[in-house]
Each structure stands twice: as structure tokens, then as C-alpha cells.
Design a protein around this ligand. Structure first.
Ligand SMILES: *Cc1c(COP(=O)(O)O)cnc(C)c1O
Length: 223
């Protein structure tokens, strides 16, 4: 745990960018320590792990789900999750909507885009997403609220490439804003930037950076 680094990152944040402390694989005790410093936004990528931590930690923590979400796991987080960053298909959005309705909630969601070179990363392509937003199903989903976009850059030393990919995500955000969410003040988030690339993400207009290892230390297993 690196509290100094935490404050260093916080100091670099413009007023329009918020820090999500990515606590995946780390124990609840570590989260409590950062909570005691004032941090309230935490990110997890496994539904059961997030649920377990939610149950033992302070109730005013805002939990951001950032991992690939399987439809049979939505039920664990639907009652309390603050935002799901990883909507990458219409079928997933339909299922999130169902569970949100069951819990009498509207769940804020981000549309995840595939901006990296690696084919292993998840996310929509822009035209695929447009098709969903223009389709017949999307207007019937009253228990989800689309608040913006999310993406992960390629894992590379080439920071110019990373910058191009973040720039591309910003362009995608602008296109969707113009085409589908004009006048919708809730469509405003761009979730991008991690330990190795958050300064570039901030420069490219990120509103949520998701930083884990810089704050909590290296993870034993990477996921
Ligand atoms: C793990 C993870 C992060 C944080 O990664 P670090 O490099 O440890 O900062 C951010 N976003 C997603 C989607 C992740 O899975």
C-alpha cells in the first residue's frame, strides 16, 4: 500500500477527473485503510469478490464494476453497484436491465469499446454499438442509464500509440454524444487510464481513471 503515491495521484487530478482505486485481489483491510484517507470510489472486476467486500465495508463506498461481466453473475452486484463500466453487448445490457428492475433500481452503465490492438480485450466496435442504440430493444431498457464510454489501451511501451487509442475513445464519446445523447447531461463519462498510462488519459480527457497497482502494490495474479 502506497499512501504517498495515492496523494501524488490525487494532486495530479483536474477537477473533471475522478480516481477509482482498483482494489481487485486486495483484502478488505487495504480498502478500509484508503477509505480512512477519504477515498470512496473503488473498482473491482469479479462480482462475488465485490459483493463480499461490499458486505463488510462501509456502506457509503461507491463500487465500480470494471471487469468482464458474465450474465449469471450480475445478480451479486445488482443491488448495490454504483456503475458498471464494462457493457460490451446488447445481451449483457438487457440482462443488467432485468436485474436492475428486479432490485427496483436504475443502474448507471458505460459502454466499453475495443480500442486496443490486442484481440483479447473486450468491447464494442463503434458501428456495432450504433446498431444497438438505433435498435428496437434499447429504448425499452428503462432500468439502465448510459453515462458514457470506457476503454483500455494496448499494453505497450509505445506511449504515442496509447495516446492515439485514448484519443480515439474520446472521439467515439463525441460521436455518440452528438448522434444519440445530445442534450443528455448524464452522458458525460470517459473511463480510461490505469497505473501505466493515467497521465496520458488525463490529458486526453478522462473523467475516471482506474488505478490499482500504483496504490495497492503489485497483484499476485493479474486479471
Ligand atoms: C486491473 C484493472 C485496472 C487497474 O490496473 P493497474 O494497472 O493495476 O492500475 C484498471 N482497469 C481495469 C479494467 C482493470 O482490470
Amino acid at each position: 500500500m502506497n499512501i504517498e503515491k495515492y496523494y501524488e495521484i490525487k494532486k495530479q487530478l483536474p477537477a473533471t477527473t475522478r480516481l477509482i482505486a482498483v482494489s481487485k485481489t486486495k483484502p478488505a483491510e487495504d480498502i478500509q485503510l484508503l477509505y480512512n484517507e477519504g477515498q470512496r470510489l473503488f473498482g473491482e472486476n469479479k462480482a462475488q469478490e465485490m459483493k463480499a467486500k461490499h458486505e463488510v465495508l462501509p456502506q457509503d463506498i461507491q463500487w465500480h464494476f470494471i471487469g468482464h461481466l458474465q450474465t449469471n453473475k450480475i445478480k451479486y452486484i445488482a443491488p448495490f453497484v454504483t456503475m458498471i463500466h464494462s457493457i460490451d453487448s446488447e445481451s449483457l445490457l438487457v440482462e443488467v436491465n432485468k436485474l436492475a428492475e428486479k432490485n427496483q433500481r436504475v443502474i448507471p452503465c458505460l459502454l466499453q469499446f475495443h480500442i486496443a490492438e490486442e484481440s483479447t480485450k473486450f468491447g464494442f466496435l463503434l458501428d456495432e454499438c450504433r446498431a444497438m442504440l438505433q435498435g428496437d430493444v434499447f429504448p425499452t431498457l428503462h432500468n439502465v442509464k448510459i453515462c458514457g464510454v470506457m476503454g483500455m489501451a494496448t499494453f505497450t511501451e509505445d506511449m504515442e500509440q496509447v495516446r492515439r487509442e485514448f484519443h480515439q475513445l474520446h472521439d467515439i464519446f463525441q460521436s455518440l454524444k452528438t448522434e444519440f445523447f445530445a442534450g443528455n447531461e448524464e452522458f458525460k463519462e470517459i473511463s480510461m487510464g490505469m497505473t501505466d498510462d493515467y497521465p496520458i488519459a488525463i490529458e486526453e480527457g478522462s473523467t475516471f481513471i482506474r488505478v490499482g497497482s500504483a496504490i495497492f502494490g503489485a497483484r499476485n495474479y493479474q486479471k
